[in-house]
Design a protein around this ligand. Structure first.
Ligand code: ATP
Ligand code: MG
Length: 590
């Protein structure tokens, strides 16, 4: 059975069982608090929380979809038997309709219909707060899964959520199937029972409208249906890998590194094609940064395989052949996808060429003969030319030397210290109590006002993204005790309705009076956790992040209020053009 047939069979199965088929949403989600779509349930969040009515929108209380997903958190796992950055998640969802028994029966029946055998299932085994999920055990037994194939697991593995401080959560049951008799079983399907509401004090209450949220990776399902050991051996990858192999030159042997590099190139170029088709463009911030990172990473691996410079063209051709029927925008946007890829490759080449020249210069000065200076200059190449550590390491290795990664990482954190001191210095100096470049205040009173306006700026930013779309990017921000000024990339005047909606978003967040959460974390982790990062210039290794859960997430140096309620009533006073393609909004608070 081909993957296209499997996808269709899944959707038909659930349609026949009173689920409404819903199209995949974009990889760019509606929800401003996340960067990319990572699960099938994301587009259905308002139905789980009761904010939206499923009967009104879908005629039924249950839906089914095949959702495009992208997980940066799995990027280092790509190349093993089951992890990808881009994948499709098949799902069935119930918003106050059917519950555990039916959900387990559907999963059991569908697996059976495909002629597969469940190797084992896992259920929640209980802990000091929540009793074990005896219902799930009972139903699995009822549907013929013997006791020894039902494994009881802890909270880490089989309890989902809440995402944040409070919210729906509940036990899960996972289904494991072996691709072939002599391979390990892999998790193919996760069935989540949204049974409780977790309060901020961690107390769990039974939800009045329980929900079902399931996710099954199409690629993993295809692997077990097609009886191949890894997702890369399925018809969703095999033709792409054939193209890559046919273009290799100079790979001495088919060792594990070669196989891994081929898989990474295949995964990343496919992911890039889908991100580009959904309108994302390479840049140094947010989604664009993720796209840039996977394209550049694929170029690096393509080099190790000896692929020609235009390697991506035939791969994207292969991707469109596989998916173009189901995801029409891939077919429609093919030319733009290819053009953008070429542009990004050219940019990267230029940066690398400059970096390599610099490297040669350092090398001839014998800088890499000493570990400490080697790490220092590897860091400089990283900072100034965007050279990944691995690339410098490779160049040094080729010449018989070696680099010390720990010392390089020390350099990274040292740099962070220096930039922090830089900010502190700015605070003193010229009579201002605060001057971060963006925020200026001369007295304690002004300081409080600009702090509130600063938080309002984050909310405005999130509100504009909600109203105008996720392509909205901050261009500049300037805050005095009188007003905030916010510039963003957008090419037309806002309508009154749009202005009001953005204003309302901010005031709703103020009314919600949520707590501001401030954390420091590595930049990559912040991006993976969907924090927006819009400042220009270089990123320090460790960044400071501010989150108003459910409303706004940004990488930012602060300062901010401790609860959104402190911001006060917010009003947009002016919307004007700042320069070509850039709008400027001025706003005040009471
Ligand atoms: P694993 O522990 O194997 O990484 P997970 O617990 O992260 O899986 P879920 O978040 O429960 O997976 O996602 C639901 C389903 O989506 C999984 O059962 C799997 O079939 C699929 N899936 C999740 N992550 C990936 C990935 N990186 N690549 C391919 N499929 C995935
Ligand atoms: Mg995972």
């Amino acid at each position: 059975m081909t993957s296209n047939e499997i996808r269709e069979k899944f959707l038909k199965f659930f349609e026949a069982n009173e689920h409404t088929r819903v199209l995949s949403s974009s990889l760019l989600p509606d929800d401003p608090s996340v960067l990319l779509t990572t699960a099938g349930m994301q587009q259905f969040k308002p139905y789980f929380t009761g904010q939206a009515n499923p009967i009104k929108d879908f005629d039924q209380k249950s839906t089914t979809s095949s959702q495009k997903c992208f997980r940066t958190s799995d990027i280092d796992e790509v190349g093993d038997e089951r992890h990808l950055t881009f994948f499709e998640m098949l799902g069935n969802f119930s918003f106050g309709g059917y519950f555990k028994k039916e959900a387990i029966k559907y999963a059991h029946d569908f697996i059976k219909e495909l002629g597969l055998e469940i190797d084992y299932v896992t259920i929640f085994g209980g802990d000091s707060d929540v009793p074990q999920d005896l219902d799930s055990e009972k139903y699995w037994l009822e549907f013929g899964i013997p006791k020894e194939k039902i494994k009881k697991m802890g909270r880490e593995d089989n309890f989902w959520g809440p995402t944040g401080n409070e919210g729906p959560c509940g036990p899960t049951t996972e289904i494991y199937v072996k691709p072939s008799p002599d391979t390990e079983a892999i998790e193919i399907w996760n069935v989540v029972f949204n049974e409780f509401y977790c309060r901020p004090d961690k107390h769990l209450e039974k939800l009045s409208i329980p929900g079902i949220d399931t996710g099954m990776g199409l690629e993993r399902l295809a692997a077990v249906v097609q009886k191949v050991p890894t997702v890369f051996d399925t018809d969703l990858f095999e033709p792409i890998l054939e193209i890559i192999k046919s273009k290799e030159s100079g790979t001495p042997s088919r060792d594990t590194n070669t196989v891994k590099a081929e898989r990474i190139v295949a995964d990343h170029i496919k992911g890039a094609a889908f991100l580009l088709a959904d309108g994302i463009r390479p840049s140094n911030v947010t989604q664009g940064y993720i796209l840039r990172r996977i394209i550049r990473r694929s170029i690096r691996y393509a080099k190790t395989l000896g692929l020609p410079a235009d390697f991506y063209i035939d791969i994207i051709d292969g991707v469109v052949k596989i998916y173009g029927q189901f995801y029409i925008n891939l077919t429609q946007q093919k030319k733009e996808i290819l053009d953008e890829m070429q542009k990004e490759i050219d940019k990267f080449e230029k940066a690398v060429d400059r970096g390599i020249k610099k490297f040669e210069e350092f090398y001839s000065q014998k800088i890499f003969e000493d570990e400490a200076s080697g790490a220092k200059y590897a860091f400089e190449l990283y900072e100034t030319y965007g050279f990944p550590f691995e690339l410098t390491e490779e160049l040094v290795k080729e010449r018989g030397g070696k680099l010390n990664k720990n010392l390089f990482e020390d350099e990274l954190s040292l740099h962070q210290e220096i930039s922090r001191v830089g900010v502190e210095k700015k605070f003193g100096g010229h009579g201002l109590k605060l001057d971060t470049g963006e925020l200026k205040a001369a007295s304690e009173e002004e300081l409080q006002k600009v702090t509130r306006l600063h938080t309002a700026t984050h909310l405005l930013h999130a509100g504009l993204r909600k109203v105008l779309g996720d392509t909205i990017q901050q261009r500049g921000s300037d805050i005095t005790s009188e007003r905030l000024r916010f510039d963003f990339i957008f090419d037309r005047k806002l309508t009154d309705a749009e202005k009001m909606a953005a204003e309302k978003y901010v005031n709703d967040a103020v009314d919600a009076d949520v707590e501001m959460i401030h954390k420091e974390m590595p930049f990559d982790e912040a991006i993976a956790s969907e924090f927006l990062a819009f400042f220009r210039g270089k990123y320090p290794a460790i960044v400071s992040t501010y989150e108003l859960p459910g409303w706004s997430k940004e990488v930012c140096g602060g300062p901010h209020v401790s609860r959104s309620g402190e911001v006060g009533k917010f009003k947009i006073i002016k919307d004007e053009a700042s320069s070509a393609g850039v709008r400027r909004i001025r706003a005040t608070i009471e």
